[in-house]
Design a protein around this ligand. Structure first.
Ligand code: MG
Length: 258
């Protein structure tokens, strides 16, 4: 069931979203060669808890649709490097110059979720990596712009797909965006491509996490033996951007912003 959130509920999601955006900005400021993914995770968790929120990923149990193994996710953020697409587990791994690093963060504020991700370039990356990261960000923004009241879900995926295809990048299909509210993953699923069905009508109060994942090579993915980390089968680079948005009378509003 797709639920429509009230103005008061969206305000709570805005608070959750602001904390998530602050986490991403904080991690960006500390994302340098030599730092470990576990150090970034600790920074993120501290900020979330000091803000009075709860990290939504920590202890999250995987499921068939949104991935994950039999073990609860141990971190407060996902850190996915280079050919890792999503759900990288933070730990001892050391960040290196030239890597592209996706940070995905989630926070719960008074029972309401915010969920966002950005891919950062550590120092300087090659032109193809830079173009992948830029294109994935622009694909997300195009998807958000399509989230207008009276529109349909298919238009979001179509907008993302057009931006990705124009630059020759492939789109991960195994993982998709989602409705969001009192649960991190609610109905509807939000594909990053056209399905051939117009899908859910977009009405004010519908809140979505839109999250394109694009790859330089083929977008076939597999999960590492850790049960979580999703990588491209051909080990090509992947990028991932995500915002939580609300469909409002005036158009889409990004909730995961400061
Ligand atoms: Mg998400």
């Amino acid at each position: 069931m797709v639920t429509r959130k009230s103005a008061a509920e969206i305000e709570l999601m805005r608070r959750a979203g602001r904390i998530v955006a602050e986490v991403l900005a904080l991690v960006e400021s500390e994302l340098k060669p030599g730092v470990t993914t576990g150090q970034l995770d600790a920074l993120a968790e501290r900020h979330i808890r000091r803000s009075g929120a709860v990290p939504s990923f920590k202890g999250y149990l995987g499921n068939r649709r949104y991935g994950g193994g039999p073990l609860a996710f141990p971190g407060s953020v996902c850190v996915s490097i280079d050919d890792e697409v999503v759900h990288g587990i933070p730990g001892e791994r050391v960040i290196r110059q030239g890597q592209i690093v996706s940070i995905d963060a989630g926070a719960i504020w008074h029972g309401w979720h915010g969920d966002a991700a950005r891919t950062f370039i550590v120092g300087e990356a090659g032109p193809q990596a830079a173009r992948l990261v830029t294109t994935t960000r622009l694909a997300l923004m195009a998807g958000i712009q399509a989230a207008v009241p009276g529109g349909y879900l298919e238009e979001i995926g179509g907008a993302v797909e057009d931006v990705a295809r124009a630059e020759g990048f492939d789109i991960v299909r195994q993982f998709v965006g989602h409705g969001i509210g009192t649960d991190m993953h609610e109905e509807p699923q939000v594909p990053n491509y056209r399905t051939g069905h117009r899908g859910q009508k977009l009405q004010p109060g519908i809140c979505l996490a839109i999250e394109p994942m694009l790859t330089v090579g083929r977008a076939d993915v597999e999960t590492r033996p850790d049960g979580w980390t999703v990588v491209t089968r051909d080990r090509s680079l992947a990028a991932h951007f995500e915002h939580t948005i609300a469909v409002t009378d005036h158009g889409p509003e990004i909730l995961t912003t400061v």
